[in-house]
Design a protein around this ligand. Structure first.
Ligand SMILES: *[C@@H]1O[C@H](CO)[C@@H](O)[C@H](O)[C@H]1NC(C)=O
Ligand SMILES: *[C@@H]1O[C@H](CO)[C@@H](O)[C@H](O)[C@H]1NC(C)=O
Ligand SMILES: *[C@@H]1O[C@H](CO)[C@@H](O)[C@H](O)[C@H]1NC(C)=O
Ligand SMILES: *[C@@H]1O[C@H](CO)[C@@H](O)[C@H](O)[C@H]1NC(C)=O
Ligand SMILES: *[C@@H]1O[C@H](CO)[C@@H](O)[C@H](O)[C@H]1NC(C)=O
Length: 395
């Protein structure tokens, strides 16, 4: 009795130890339009990761049902000037970040940050892009490849019917066959399926929506390639590779002239998420959880691979576990969307911005207390059982 109880406690603790809690950085800086839904997005991703926000099993892929992660939100670009700091994360998410187009007019990372971010991806780090993340870093073409494609334009926000085209991915496996969503339907400057490491399209538009000829405003008509029109996708490996023919239309001189290749990790992008209300819906939470969870389960990061170069050390890598560091959010970037808001070439929509709410800075620090706690609890539990016997509940 006693020994089986001990074994139960021991194996429970060891099982907990065997799963390093991956860490994800949520980057929310905006140079252009700032979406009102950013704080909701941060809370949602943080809450699903720490287990306080439960997505019903009917909306959540089984492969990530037990996965936990720790999220740190920042809008401070200084976080990207510290390569050691970035290397602690298993993935970096761009949460509705925005540039001012054209390149150079306003962006969310300086050249040093861009270089460090490229190196992070080359070292196997994961990437998650949400909505206007594709309207970011126009001056650094490698970033366009990392996302898959740069945003071009969107018609008016409206109720559209969308449908998953692939359901063999954790981010779409539980989506209804068709779902209605109040959304901006993004068009992109290039076809993400034409990259050397092609995007696997997950979601498309299922029904007609209003996309009036926007040529008078100079739009590019999108470059969607053949149907289906891509609205969410994933890529794995060679994330930064280019064959020169598929880059987005913008080739700026920015990005500190870095044009890196490689990137063995995972990238997941969804163009959805403009509206705050969308983030309250279970199907959408399941979509996000599946994308984030899938990226964090990459074999190229430390939480799953003892010899990986970036991420949170798992139990088998001896590393000096979890250097503590906290990105101090500087309370949001200047929301200077100004003139850009007038046309929907800006990633936002015609609405004027105005709301430059500071970042929710409630995210946990990257240091992982979990495995250290398990290591302490194991001998404590052992001594307790030897002296007092196993707790009745376990017998
Ligand atoms: C989990 O995340 C939510 C959403 O950000 C936060 O409000 C809550 O305090 C977090 N709880 C723990 C235990 O970390
Ligand atoms: C960079 O980040 C590491 C890890 O978080 C931290 O220990 C170090 O102090 C930081 N360096 C600077 C210059 O902030
Ligand atoms: C947009 O499409 C129209 C109609 O097909 C075409 O005449 C026009 O040249 C296109 N504009 C651009 C910028 O590609
Ligand atoms: C998506 O929307 C466009 C524009 O309304 C339409 O031409 C296309 O057929 C739709 N469906 C797919 C699967 O792309
Ligand atoms: C683990 O990380 C190392 C170092 O980056 C890499 O060479 C190896 O391919 C990774 N293993 C897997 C299974 O991805």
């Amino acid at each position: 009795m006693r020994w089986s109880a001990l074994a139960a406690i021991g194996s429970a603790l060891l099982a907990q130890q065997a799963h390093a809690v991956p860490h994800i950085l949520l980057y929310t800086r905006t140079a252009g339009y700032r979406h009102e839904s950013i704080p909701t997005a941060v809370d949602t991703i943080t809450g699903i990761g720490n287990g306080t926000l439960r997505v019903p099993s009917g909306s959540l892929d089984a492969s990530i049902a037990d996965l936990r992660w720790q999220a740190t939100a920042t809008s401070d670009q200084a976080a990207f000037r510290n390569a050691t700091y970035l290397a602690q994360f298993d993935a970096i998410a761009f949460i509705m970040t925005t540039d001012i187009d054209p390149p150079g007019a306003g962006t969310v990372l300086d050249d040093e940050g861009i270089r460090n971010f490229a190196t992070y991806i080359q070292n196997g780090g994961g990437y998650v892009g949400i909505h206007s993340a594709s309207a970011t870093l126009f001056g650094a073409p490698f970033y366009g490849r990392l996302v898959g494609a740069y945003f071009d334009y969107h018609p008016q926000i409206q109720s559209v019917s969308l449908k998953p085209v692939a359901t063999d991915h954790p981010s779409t496996s539980k989506l209804p066959g068709n779902f209605d969503i109040q959304e901006e339907v993004y068009n992109f400057r290039s076809d993400p399926r034409k990259l050397p490491s092609p995007a696997n399209v997950l979601i498309t538009n299922a029904s007609n929506y209003q996309d009036p000829g926007v040529n008078p405003q100079g739009f590019r008509n999108g470059t969607n390639g053949p149907a289906p029109h891509p609205l969410a996708w994933y890529r794995e490996g060679r994330l930064l590779d280019t064959d020169g023919s598929t880059d987005a239309s913008v080739r700026g001189g920015g990005g500190a002239n870095v044009d890196p290749s490689g990137g063995p990790g995972r990238s997941w992008y969804t163009s959805l998420g403009h509206d705050r209300a969308t983030w309250q819906q279970d199907f959408f939470r399941g979509h996000i959880a599946g994308g984030v969870g899938w990226v964090l389960q990459s074999s190229t990061v430390k939480s799953n691979n003892a010899t990986a170069l970036v991420g949170q050390p798992g139990p088998s890598s001896s590393g000096g576990g979890g250097a503590s560091a906290e990105a101090s959010s500087t309370g949001g970037s200047a929301s200077s969307s100004g003139g850009a808001g007038a046309t929907s070439r800006s990633a936002s929509g015609p609405a004027p911005s105005g709301s430059s709410s500071g970042d929710t800075n409630n995210a946990a620090s990257p240091a992982s207390p979990h495995s250290a706690l398990s290591r302490m609890l194991l001998p404590v539990a052992f001594i307790y059982i030897v002296i007092f016997g196993a707790p009745v509940a376990l017998l």
